[in-house]
Design a protein around this ligand. Structure first.
Ligand code: ZN
Length: 295
């Protein structure tokens, strides 16, 4: 019903034959997702089960994040979608197109201009503000899955705050390899209560969740879970006193495009010389730093 009231950016969307409900999902589904989201915000780091909807993209391709975005979206929102730091990857482009065409919402590549940012595997380099929401697509929401296969038992371990198996796995890694060997998706303790999977973001991005101004929401479509880190929440990576959490180091390396030495860098090969070179993973940030006007 609401669709008729929205001025679509694409005029053909206003034709009755092409009319979806605003933002694709029906209002009942959106309400249910928003209720579960509120619960997730009220219990930071706790995984809230939800009835994951079917979408015209396959599960495992960001449907959890997309359902959050579609349920939160209003006609005045400005949406940015990134995949591994890129605005122009196939996955990011198709999700952005689906959002724009079913809601008429404006889109941008400029992090600062976005009100709603959906992402896979990265948190933008620019510090997010209180008026922005970050939605992360989650493949595996359960941080204890690596030490416990049973869903029933992981739920009980969370309820009882029994995280000994997780700490033991971390310790065994140190005994075997001499250091903490976890890479991306490094588990964090949220608000001193729940261990949470921050999704496969690099360790570099973990600190952007700690005491952040913005709200971060996590959506797992296939696993049917929503969880959240509200603003100004403690998000502390698991670590031992003598084996500390460390983020990736790019000492002595710089972005080949903007010269940055303070961003997360991707390693790649120079097409011309065959040498290993580095460039910002957050491509929009890199272009902005070089003075480019972003769409
Ligand atoms: Zn750069």
């Amino acid at each position: 019903m609401e669709a008729a009231r929205i001025e679509h950016t694409r005029p053909w969307m206003n034709r009755p034959a092409a009319a979806y409900n605003f933002a694709f999902l029906d209002e009942g589904s959106k309400r249910e997702i928003r209720r579960k989201t509120l619960k997730a915000v009220a219990i930071p780091g706790y995984q809230v089960p939800f009835a994951s909807r079917e979408l015209p993209i396959a599960r495992g391709w960001g449907t959890g994040g997309l359902q959050l975005t579609l349920s939160l979206l209003g006609p005045n929102d400005v949406v940015k979608v990134i995949d591994q730091g890129h605005d122009d990857s196939v996955n990011a482009v198709s999700i952005r197109r689906l959002i724009a065409e079913t809601s008429g919402a404006a889109t941008t590549e400029d992090t600062a201009k976005a009100t709603l940012i959906q992402s896979r595997h990265r948190i933008p380099e620019e510090r997010l503000r209180a008026d922005q929401i970050l939605v992360l697509q989650v493949p595996q929401p359960e941080p204890l899955r690596r030490v416990e296969r049973s869903e029933r038992l992981t739920r009980r371990k969370h309820a009882e705050m029994d995280y000994s198996a997780m700490w033991l796995a971390l310790y065994e890694g140190i005994v075997r390899w001499g250091d903490i060997t976890l890479g991306a998706d490094y588990p964090v303790m949220v608000h001193g209560r729940y261990i949470m999977a921050p999704t496969p973001i690099p360790r570099w991005d973990n600190e952007k969740l700690h005491q952040a101004e913005h709200l971060t929401l996590f959506g797992a479509g296939r696993e049917k879970k929503i969880y959240a880190v509200p603003p100004y929440t403690d998000v502390i990576p698991l670590q031992f006193e003598d084996y500390r959490f460390r983020k990736e180091s790019f000492d002595g390396k710089a972005c080949r495009h903007c010269g940055s030495t303070d961003t997360f860098l991707d390693e790649t090969t120079d097409e011309a010389t065959g040498f290993t070179v580095y460039q910002c993973s957050d491509t929009a940030f890199c272009r902005k730093r070089r003075g480019e006007e972003l769409p």
